[in-house]
Structures are given as structure tokens and as C-alpha cells.
Write a protein that binds this ligand. Structure first.
Ligand code: URA
Length: 437
């Protein structure tokens, strides 16, 4: 059958054969499939979905479209673990989790992404570290994982190349928000990286892509089913993203918060709860702990002993960053020339935050991208972000704004004031972890 017939099949809501899916993926990877046809099929999949068998076949074919790292089974001697977040504002959890897991005996080969929409990207945060090479090549990536226990890099041309092309096509054709396409995109990269077990952090709330628990659980269950079919165990945590995670949002600024977190200088409680819940789940699924409580205790011990901070320092140095970043962050991390307070619209108790608006305000400061080719200003962002429930007013701003210019700072302050609802009564309690399966 011609590729046009394959498009017709999905246009008419029928299942694609394994051969049709293979033709799609190989044509994406080797460039022989015209972009128009790939886009048409992506839209047909978006509109008509895929059954579990098609979804697994698409994921497997994309994973096999480039190099698949084989860690040599037991040769590494450690379970190969990863965490993937659906994205949020101030979500720097990967920077903490990877070294914690490495310190607890896991191996974490993490492929991270750039910012997406209003959410930040781990890769952009790491790129704020001078010298850090997020594209070291697979040999160096493997060596760092073996030696340090963790490495966080960007998707290179070798891993799931079909995903790289399809993602770029989806990005401009309104076909990102499709469960089978998201599943294949995320899981193909994990499978190519040789991950043995995955924990998904599915974020919900005003700063997330998923609106509610039901939508998050539907995505998680679909991904877990595909993972099962392909021998990749997946656990899901649905976690809160109704406000900035932690006390900062930015790039160099979030690296600083990570250093403070790992050394124990400061640990914002909701961020800490999120990190520990994910670490415990990863340790459990990796067989390094026999209960969640045991996993949480191991993660806490890796922080308290300095072992996690040490792994972070070694990872940064091994990937080209400064060897003394943790000791002397000020010598390396960019700072912004303008720092101003963002006062609330009125004094009172911070009751709710429009997280998406906070993410957009960060992009407007220069801390994120509108277009793929935009440069990121690593220095700008928000520090001392007031958590929901804080009494804000003349003495307690919503955040300190770090900006390149006075004008940008003023605009960001207005945006934060508009994004924050202040009232007279305490807000309802919100759990950090909404559900787990
Ligand atoms: N992240 C990915 O890598 N792929 C998607 O499709 C969505 C988020």
C-alpha cells in the first residue's frame, strides 16, 4: 500500500498495521517521508487515536529508529532508573533527583528537554552552568553514568531520531496533545536510553498542561499500559502544580536553589515533599528499597550525608562544568543587574496563583523561549517566591524579580500581581501528591 493509503486508514479511524507503523517511523527517521504526509498522519492519529497495540508498536518502532543503549544488564550492577515530568513552573526536581538516586545505588541516564510552552526545561537550567555540555555524545554520556551514577543530557541525534522529526512536525501542526503521540515520544527516548524502570511525575493545576486528576490519570494509565507491553515498568505520581515549585523560577536561579537544596542551606517544603515522594517511588520500583518509607529514608540520608551533593558536583564536572560550582556558585552563575520586589495588589493571604501566567511572565523576562531559535537569559527570574498561604503585603512581596532592565522588571511585577489572588482567609489545604498508581 502507498503511504496515502496508510493516511486514509487512520483518517477513517481504522487501526494501522505493524507494517504501516514501521513505514511511518522509518520514513521519518531516514527523511524519505514527505513532511506533508507525516503531518497528515499525525493529525489523523490526533483525531482518531490509537489502540494499545498500535501505541506499543509506534513506541517500539520509534525507540528502534536510532541507537538503543545497552547497559550490559547486570554489568552496571545498578538498576537503571529515570523520572519524567510533564512539566511545570520552577520544576527543577530532576536536578535533585538524579544525584539522590545515584547516591542511593541507582544509575540515572536522563534525557531532558528544553522548555515547552510556559514551562521550563531541565536542559535550559543546566545550560546556565558555564562549560556544562548537554550534548556530550553517547560514549561520554555512558562513561559519566557509569562513573558518577547519573548524567542529564539533551536528546542527541542518535537517540530516537524519528521522535525528533515527528516532534518538530507536531509542534507546528497542532498535534502535540495526543495521548498515543505523547506516549510514543516520551517512552521511545526512555527505551533508547536503556531505562529499566520509569516514574512519571504528572503535574496538574494552573501551572501544568493537564487540567485535572482525571486527565492526568488517563495519560498515566495509557503510558503505563504501553510500558507494560514493552517491558518497561512505569509508576505514576500525580503531583500539584498550582504554584511555582520551590522558591525560585529561572535558569541560573534554579541551579542556585538546587545547590542550596542539596547542601541543606534551604529546602522549600513542598519541593522537598515532591522530591522525596518521587525518590522513594524510584527506589522502590528499582528494588533499592522495600517500602516507600524505606526509600524516603534512604533519600533523606543521601541528602544529609552530602552524598547527593557530591554526585551533583561530580556530574557537573564530568560534563564540562566547574569542579567547584557547589563551593563557589557566585563565581559561575549569572546574576541580573536589576532586582526589585513584586508587591501584591493588596495585603492579605495569598490564596491562589495562575501558574501559567507566572511561566509566561518568566518568558517575557527572557528566561524562556517563544520561538525555538530564541536565546535564553540565564540570569533572570523569580526568587523568594511566596508560597500559597503566605501573608503578603508591604513587608512580604510575592517574589523578588531579577531582570535585565527596569522596564522588564516593572512588567513582570505587574504580571505577578495579576497572577496572584490575595484574600482574607487561608486557602484550602492541597496535597503535594494527589494520587499514585
Ligand atoms: N515531551 C516529549 O518529549 N514529547 C511529547 O510529546 C510531549 C512532551
Amino acid at each position: 500500500a502507498s503511504f496515502t493509503d496508510i493516511i486514509r486508514t487512520k483518517r477513517d479511524a481504522r487501526a494501522l498495521s505493524p507494517g504501516a507503523i514501521e513505514a511511518f517511523v522509518s520514513g521519518l527517521a531516514d527523511g524519505s517521508l514527505p513532511t506533508e504526509q507525516a503531518a497528515a498522519l499525525a493529525m489523523a492519529i490526533y483525531l482518531n487515536g490509537m489502540d494499545p497495540i498500535e501505541s506499543a508498536a509506534l513506541t517500539a518502532a520509534m525507540a528502534n529508529s536510532g541507537t538503543r543503549i545497552d547497559w550490559g544488564g547486570e554489568a552496571l550492577g545498578r538498576p537503571i532508573l529515570d523520572k519524567h515530568s510533564t512539566g511545570g513552573v520552577g520544576d527543577k526536581v530532576s536536578l535533585m533527583l538524579a544525584p539522590i538516586l545515584a547516591a542511593c545505588g541507582g544509575a540515572v541516564p536522563m534525557i531532558s528537554g528544553r522548555g515547552l510552552g510556559h514551562t521550563g526545561g531541565t536542559l535550559d537550567k543546566l545550560s546556565a552552568i558555564p562549560g556544562y555540555d548537554p550534548f556530550p555524545g553517547l560514549d561520554r554520556f555512558r562513561a559519566v553514568v557509569r562513573e558518577v551514577g547519573c548524567a542529564i543530557i539533551g536528546q542527541t541525534g542518535d537517540l530516537a531520531p524519528a521522535d525528533r522529526r515527528l516532534y518538530a512536525i507536531r509542534d507546528i501542526t497542532g498535534t502535540i496533545e495526543s495521548t498515543p503521540l505523547i506516549t510514543a515520544s516520551i517512552l521511545s527516548k526512555k527505551l533508547a536510553a536503556g531505562v529499566g524502570a520509569l516514574v512519571m511525575d504528572i503535574k496538574i493545576g494552573s501551572g501544568a498542561f493537564m487540567p485535572d486528576v482525571a486527565a492526568a490519570e488517563a495519560l498515566g494509565r495509557a503510558m503505563a499500559a504501553t510500558g507494560d507491553a514493552l517491558g518497561l515498568p512505569i509508576r505514576c505520581l500525580v503531583t500539584d502544580m498550582n504554584e511555582t515549585l520551590g522558591s525560585t523560577a529561572g535558569n541560573a536561579i534554579e541551579v542556585r536553589e538546587t545547590i542550596d537544596y542539596l547542601t541543606g542551606a534551604a529546602r522549600e517544603p513542598r519541593l522537598h515533599a515532591c522530591v522525596i515522594a518521587l525518590a522513594a517511588e524510584m527506589l522502590l520500583v528499582g528494588g533499592l528499597a522495600d517500602s516507600r518509607a524505606g526509600g524516603a529514608a534512604l533519600a533523606e540520608a543521601a541528602l544529609a550525608s552530602g552524598a547527593a551533593a557530591d554526585r551533583f558536583a561530580r556530574m557537573v564536572a564530568a560534563l564540562g562544568g566547574p569542579a567547584d560550582l557547589i563551593e563557589r556558585p557566585d563565581a559561575y552563575l549569572a546574576t541580573a543587574p536589576v532586582v526589585v520586589a513584586a508587591p501584591p495588589a493588596r495585603a492579605g493571604i495569598l490564596r491562589a496563583v495562575d501558574g501559567k501566567a507566572v511561566g509566561e511572565a518568566l518568558i517575557d523576562l527572557g528566561g524562556g523561549r517563544r520561538r525555538i531559535e530564541d536565546a535564553i537569559d540565564p540570569a533572570v527570574g523569580f526568587v523568594r517566591v511566596a508560597p500559597i498561604g503566605t501573608s503578603v503585603g508591604p513587608d512580604r512581596p510575592l517574589a523578588m524579580i531579577h531582570a535585565r532592565t527596569e522596564t522588564a522588571a516593572r512588567e513582570a511585577a505587574a504580571a505577578l500581581a495579576a497572577a496572584c489572588a490575595v484574600g482574607d482567609t487561608p486557602p484550602p489545604e492541597r496535597p503535594v501528591v494527589h494520587s499514585r498508581f
